[in-house]
Design a protein around this ligand. Sequence first.
Ligand SMILES: C[S@@+](CC[C@H](N)C(=O)[O-])C[C@H]1O[C@@H](n2cnc3c(N)ncnc32)[C@H](O)[C@@H]1O
Length: 221
Amino acid sequence: MKIDVLTLFPAMFAGPLDESIIKRARQAGLLDLSVHNLRDYAHNRHKTVDDRPFGGGPGMLLKPEPIFEAVEKLARERTRVILLSPAGRTFNQAIARELALQDDLLLVVGHYEGFDERVREHLADDELSIGDYVLTNGALPAMVIIDAVTRLLPGALGDEQSACEESFSHGLLEYPQYTRPAEFRQWKVPEVLLSGNHAEIAAWRAQQAKARTWERRPDLL
Ligand SMILES: C[S@@+](CC[C@H](N)C(=O)[O-])C[C@H]1O[C@@H](n2cnc3c(N)ncnc32)[C@H](O)[C@@H]1O
């Protein structure tokens, strides 16, 4: 999969995407990630990418010209252009699965008060929010989406089963998990998990996943 990111702050992407599973996916050639500086597409003397909103109001907006130029240069025929915005549809595991099937994503990261509306109307294929709160810019949301999508790419996780059994994969939260020691500060691991009976363990996990979802996230059921 190819993911391009267009941002005013490329340096924010160093670190989180250079560690662990994402790093391995990049090294294995499963993810080809390129981060581009929006300012490289501003042509006036001060490399201006923002301006005041017509009609007044606080803050600055990202101007359309540099974004259109960058996207038109970077996007290929099948690229899905996604704006990060609190007004987008809320990102979730189903959308991560949908994106993981694409070959080519271009994430356009907002800053200041956001984008000139024409970017939304005439350039974006999709608009995603990572939740009902406002962040300083879209770099963290872009990294959240890249992370969630990359771990779904075939071969990205060591054990393919782990992505199938995680929270949200069957519309349920994950069941409780334990590791050694079997007893810690007098708290014991449930007997069934030590039984070696795979059918009973599977039944217990299914029941626990349902109960936990019912208790914490009934909206998922
Ligand atoms: C300060 S925010 C702009 C908020 C905008 N004025 C509004 O009220 O919707 C700047 C940028 O951060 C990003 N951003 C902030 N919160 C976000 C969220 N919850 N999900 C996705 N992107 C977000 C977007 O790219 C946005 O353009």
